[in-house]
Write a protein that binds this ligand. Structure first.
Ligand SMILES: O=C(O)CCC(=O)C(=O)O
Length: 201
């Protein structure tokens, strides 16, 4: 499958529409787009724990416990298919997925950059979108007023380099108008450190 780059808002971030077909989107949503499939999580802001303003869950090859998160689960068949599809389209490799469920326009992800050190050198992060369209904003630490914002549609994939995490931060802002649920599956290749390993429950 050949996917052309529709949009490259900054060097190191590319947006590809319509990578995942309707059938797989529907199966992923049926399996996971439900508040019961996810839970709350804590995020650390300047050393203080806050509840994340969305629901999350995680999936991996072995059971992992990352800070603030419940233990990861094994891949569902739909997620394994999604992981393999995105890996093959972009010639990447993933061993972990973080799912974010935005129940409505009040759920959001604040400005942050992903912790590159958790990821394997040279790996990339792929954000796959399901459900309602939501905006992704990206801004550089150097020129924070010049944010680039674009809409992530269902079935699209955003591919982010690790290097861009050092120079830019991103967010999924709140929406003012009523907004249906949206889920992102962020596929990653993490270092598996002993401290992350948890016994199966
Ligand atoms: O939900 C999204 O599209 C982005 C999620 C995100 O920024 C993250 O998982 O680090």
């Amino acid at each position: 499958m050949i996917v052309s780059t529709a949009f490259e808002p900054i060097n190191g971030v590319s947006y590809y529409p319509a990578v995942v077909d309707d059938s797989l989107c529907e199966r992923v949503k049926t399996a996971l787009m439900d508040a019961n499939a996810h839970s709350g999580a804590d995020i650390l802001i300047e050393g203080v724990r806050h509840p994340a303003p969305r629901l999350v869950s995680s999936f991996s090859d072995t059971v992992l416990g990352l800070e603030g998160m419940e233990s990861s689960r094994t891949w569902t068949p739909e997620l394994a298919e999604l992981r393999d599809l995105v890996a093959s389209v972009f010639s990447l490799n993933f061993n972990y997925a973080l799912a974010n469920l935005y129940r409505n326009g009040d759920d959001y992800t604040g400005w942050h950059s992903d912790k590159a050190a958790l990821h394997l050198d040279g790996s990339k992060i792929a954000i796959v979108s399901f459900g309602a369209p939501r905006r992704l904003s990206i801004r550089s630490y150097e020129y924070p007023k010049d944010a680039q914002t674009f809409t992530m549609e269902e079935g699209s994939v955003v591919v982010m380099d690790l290097g861009v995490q050092a120079t830019h931060e991103h967010s999924v802002p709140k929406e003012e108008n009523p907004t249906d649920p949206r889920m992102s599956i962020t596929l990653r290749k993490l270092h598996i450190l002993d401290e992350y390993l948890r016994q199966s429950e």
